[in-house]
Design a binder for this molecule. Structure first.
Ligand SMILES: [Zn+2]
Ligand SMILES: [Zn+2]
Length: 302
């Protein structure tokens, strides 16, 4: 090298990243992760309490991240993509906006009677096995009552204080798998048992929903309406729909349907082909015996 040598300085890609305006910590979305769960993890990882992360989007607090699950405005999606580096398609896939089963989603409610549903369920064992505990999209569905991986029942509130999950309202830097009210570690919640027949019935319901969605029938058929009225099939005195029952009450409802009455899902005015498909899905689990309950109903689910 001579004294007159010239140096060409070039900014390499990793150097450019240091000077980018992305948030410092990258959080990779997990399989079937709900957008709100990822937002809570993103906020925590970057040192912002989830309650205050709503300010980034200029939206009101409350159940802010749960509302974004249902409708992610274009401006919020653009901002998230810009600062997190996560693709717009990936962000959209974490929402529930395009899901044909939206009528089966648990309603957004922050507080409520212990016998009523909360907005989100969880499997303590899934949270335990996660490297970074996160909440699944399927846990928002009223038809989900158990974990297919661990075989246990889903929970919908903190066993210590009875509050529903509310990480969006967490004012401190506490991970989302701790109750926002009492800080109980949700991973340590006791296992909820669910009968094998009830879990088989639950799988059948999901098969029926998948089949109708694949055939393009889901928005036209009465399946979702029938699922919503399952509590009435079990107890004609019940005025509640499935989405308004707590996880424990839905497990009891499915117990009774699985054991005693299934024709609520197969009889009716559907096209004969749909009824045939439903019967084929239900047949292998021996759910096709006639309903043997009295007209006054066979129990209470609320
Ligand atoms: Zn699980
Ligand atoms: Zn609690």
């Amino acid at each position: 090298m001579t004294g007159t040598a010239e140096f060409a300085i070039e900014v390499q890609s990793h150097y450019q990243e240091i000077h980018s305006d992305r948030w410092p910590v990258v959080v990779v979305p997990q399989a079937d992760e709900l957008l709100s769960s990822w937002l809570n993890r993103l906020a925590f990882a970057n040192g912002i309490a989830p309650r205050h992360f709503a300010d980034v989007f200029g939206i009101d607090g409350g159940m802010w991240s749960a509302r974004l699950d249902l409708a992610l405005p274009d401006g919020a999606a653009r901002l998230l993509h810009h600062y997190s580096g996560v693709a717009r398609d990936t962000l959209a896939a974490m929402t529930l906006a395009q899901d044909e089963r939206t009528r089966l989603l648990l309603p957004l409610r922050q507080t409520g009677h212990r016998r009523r549903s909360t907005w989100l369920q969880f499997c303590p064992q899934c949270l335990t096995s996660d490297l970074a505990p996160y909440f699944r999209r399927r846990w928002r569905m009223a038809t989900s009552i158990s974990c297919p991986m661990h075989g246990c029942g889903l929970r919908d509130r903190c066993p210590s204080c009875g509050s529903g999950t509310a990480a969006f309202d967490q004012p401190g830097l506490i991970p989302q798998h701790h109750c926002a009210t009492c800080h109980f570690d949700l991973r340590t919640a006791a296992k909820v048992s669910v009968k094998a027949a009830t879990r088989r019935f639950e799988r059948c319901l999901h098969d029926m929903l998948r089949m109708e969605a694949a055939k393009g029938f889901l928005t036209k058929s009465s399946l979702i309406a029938r699922l919503l009225s399952l509590p009435t099939a079990v107890d004609p005195r019940s005025a509640r729909t499935l989405i308004n029952l707590s996880s424990a009450a839905r497990i009891r409802c499915f117990d009774q349907i699985a054991e005693e009455c299934h024709d609520h899902l197969t009889a009716g005015t559907e096209a004969s082909q749909i009824i045939f498909w439903h019967q084929r899905i239900l047949a292998p689990v021996a759910l096709l015996q006639p309903c043997n309950r009295s007209a006054s109903g066979c129990g209470s689910v609320s």
